[in-house]
Design a protein around this ligand. Structure first.
Ligand code: PLP
Length: 368
């Protein structure tokens, strides 16, 4: 019975459309030889995403990180940007690479997003923007954040990398803040191999976002900005278009697995799961579990799973404000909740093709 589990179980596995579907999509590319630079698939993908994400305005990028970095550049910000250290490297790097100064606000201990009660205390006369993260697909307190941003005249740019297709009271997550960045990396719920998008409110930013991903080029003789190469190519867009046809089913399958995990792990002393928000339609991106006062600590559980060839992920660990590249600049002590959660959290294997029996084995191992 254990035989098939001798092969390793990774924390995630990229979803793939039937090969013939993708190959069919490639044929026109061989005919036109138009492989990148805003081709037909790029435009189709962009239109379909606008509908799917309920975004009035949207620009595609080669990956989520470039999308965030260039979104911040498009806003021509200066000074301090408030963000959280409990995220992927990309969030803070995008701020720093824009020569902006990150200021770390702590997270709340409930859903691990920015603690909106601490937000105002982080604002100074140099603050220009807030970059909150919808961690694991848990939506930030968008209402309170907007209220504070409005009061202080700050831009809000969400790292929405984890929230593809999520809804709050029926509204798309792309509708909140000035901008939202989505990642379509191979490991995300929905992907285009690599890829990303920025949904934005102010329509007049569209031209600048477009130019910034194309070296800042305005026309054949005018280069207006110090841009980058952030263009999504046709092979990526083709994968995105294929995956869009199957993403609902993927999310449904993930949902069933999450339910199984929850049935086994909720109510266990020392194990904390994120609360389910009845206002949110979840995409079941991750299965985070926090071990606090449990018989075994996080690292023990991680090791026991690894011994069974099951690879959970310490996600996010360490906190960004304790990275080697930021040594001496920031202090993890300033964000104690993030520091604590990063030492207690594991995300468990979760992908559409994961066998329910493996979910049981993971739970047996944790509880055993
Ligand atoms: C994946 C991810 C990114 C970066 O996206 P890429 O498409 O991999 O560049 C940024 N922020 C968070 C929270 C992510 O999970």
């Amino acid at each position: 019975m254990r035989e098939k589990w001798k092969s390793p179980v990774a924390v995630t596995r990229s979803s793939l459309p039937p090969l013939e579907e993708y190959v069919e999509m490639l044929k026109p590319l061989w005919e036109s030889a138009w492989l990148t630079n805003m081709g037909d698939y790029h435009e189709q993908f962009k239109e379909q995403l606008k509908g799917r994400l309920k975004a009035d305005n949207l620009e595609l990028f080669v990956n989520g990180h470039m999308a965030l970095e260039l979104a911040l550049q498009a806003l021509e910000l200066e000074g301090e940007v408030i963000t959280t250290p409990f995220s992927f490297a990309s969030t803070t790097h995008a701020i720093v690479r824009n020569r902006l100064t990150p200021v770390f606000c702590d997270i709340n201990g409930r859903d691990y997003t920015l603690d909106a009660d601490l937000l105002e205390g982080c604002i100074t006369s140099r603050t220009c923007a807030i970059v909150p993260v919808h961690v694991y697909g848990n939506l930030c307190d968008v209402e309170k954040i907007q209220e504070i941003a409005d009061k202080h005249g700050l831009k809000v740019i969400y790292d929405a990398a984890h929230t593809f297709g999520e809804l709050l009271d029926g509204r798309g997550v792309a509708e909140f803040g000035d901008m939202s960045m989505f990642s379509f990396h191979a490991t995300k719920v929905f992907h285009s191999i690599e890829g990303g998008a920025v949904a934005y409110r102010d329509q007049s930013l569209g031209q600048r976002l477009y130019q910034l991903k194309n070296f800042g080029i305005m026309d054949s003789e005018t280069v207006e900005y110090v841009g980058a190469n952030g263009k999504m190519n046709e092979f990526q867009a083709a994968m995105g278009l294929c995956n869009l046809r199957h993403v609902e089913e993927e999310i449904e399958k993930r949902g069933r697995l999450v339910k199984r995990y929850r049935e086994r792990l909720s109510g266990v002393e020392g194990i904390r799961l994120c609360p389910e928000n009845p206002r949110v339609r979840s995409n079941h991106a991750y299965m985070p579990v926090v071990f606090e006062g449990f018989r075994k600590n996080r690292d023990q559980v991680f090791e026991e799973l690894a011994q069974r060839n099951i690879h959970a992920r310490k996600y996010f660990y360490p906190c960004i404000n304790s990275y080697a590249c930021y040594r001496g600049q920031f202090d993890e002590q300033g964000t104690p909740v993030a520091a604590r959660i990063s030492r207690q959290v594991l995300t468990l294997p979760l992908y559409a093709g994961l066998e329910p029996e493996v979910v049981d084995l993971v739970c047996d191992t944790i509880l055993g």
